[in-house]
Design a protein around this ligand. Structure first.
Ligand SMILES: Cc1ncc(C[n+]2csc(CCOP(=O)(O)OP(=O)(O)O)c2C)c(N)n1
Ligand code: SF4
Length: 265
């Protein structure tokens, strides 16, 4: 596949100027994600940050189980594949034996907030010097749209066809708020991928999270509100609006924990 490069015809100096191109850390392959799925945007942002920080040769990702199970095919960095929910435990081991490497997990809400709840809480409270990119799309995407811990009250899924009943299933977990309350976490924020401005803010947060790790400050997580148009039964454009109108009110964007040392970075 040809690298999509859009360049201005000529700058004033007569030298061609590249204004947009594929990040080096992003593999030159098609992904398997559905049209309108923002997993792809999250991948691109991570790759851009890896390039910008010049850490491609020393970054190790840990892929989850879920729609991002093939993440290791999409980045030009070393990757490991964890069993469902176990990415923080695997990342802990990798980081402890390779402390000079930048280690990140990439996890969906089923992976991180259901089967992997214990791993993420304990990694955060131990203050492991790793970074987690948490993709919250309020549903189990890969397995055809069952209720996740993050499914909104009243949200219809294949396992809650009449909408999530909080009397029966409890309330959705707000993971950023929960992890921010732990002493070991250093940088915990929530961002969204629903429009260009939000995407830029997400990119800045991912960069800060990696810088937190490079400075040895401890556990960092960026939660990204993400779309699943396929299982939400919406078009890609409707799905972006659904994040804005339904997810953000329940999952407010913001900085939930930023250590003083992080502010000085
Ligand atoms: C031990 C184990 N239990 C259950 C599954 C089935 N399973 C695969 S992906 C998944 C949920 C993934 O949802 P999420 O983490 O939200 O990611 P998404 O697909 O939405 O990106 C489940 C339950 C599994 N693969 N392994
Ligand atoms: S099922 Fe949902 S989360 Fe999975 S790739 Fe498709 S849109 Fe994305």
């Amino acid at each position: 596949m040809a690298t999509p490069v859009m360049s201005q015809p000529m700058s004033m100096s007569g030298i061609e100027e590249v204004v947009f191109q594929r990040p080096q850390a992003l593999s030159e392959v098609f992904t398997h994600y559905c049209p309108g799925c923002t997993h792809g945007i999250a991948h691109r942002l991570i790759a851009e940050v890896i390039d910008e920080l010049g850490i491609r040769e020393r970054t190790i990702g840990v892929a989850p189980v879920g729609c991002a199970v093939f993440a290791y095919n999409y980045f030009e960095v070393d990757f490991a594949e964890a069993a469902h929910g176990r990415a923080p435990a695997m990342a802990t081991g990798i980081k402890r034996v390779q402390p000079d490497h930048v280690v990140f997990t990439y996890q969906g809400d089923g992976d991180l907030a259901a089967i992997g709840t214990a791993e993420i809480i304990h990694a955060a409270t131990r203050g492991e010097n790793i970074t987690t990119i948490f993709i919250n799309n309020a549903i189990y995407g890969m397995t055809s749209g069952q209720m996740a811990p993050t499914t909104l009250p009243g949200q219809k899924t294949t396992s809650t066809p009449f909408g999530r009943d909080v009397e029966l299933a409890g309330f959705p977990l707000r993971m950023a708020e929960l992890l921010a309350g732990l002493s070991g976490s250093a940088y915990i924020v929530r961002r969204s991928l629903h429009d260009a401005r939000a995407v830029n803010a997400a990119r800045r947060a991912i960069k800060t999270a990696f810088q937190v790790q490079l400075a040895g400050l401890g556990f960092s997580m960026v939660e990204l509100l993400s779309t699943c148009p396929t299982n939400w039964g919406l078009t890609p454009v409707e799905a972006l609006a659904w994040v804005r109108d339904n997810m953000i009110p329940y999952y407010p964007l913001g900085d939930y924990k930023v250590l003083e040392e992080v502010k000085r970075l």
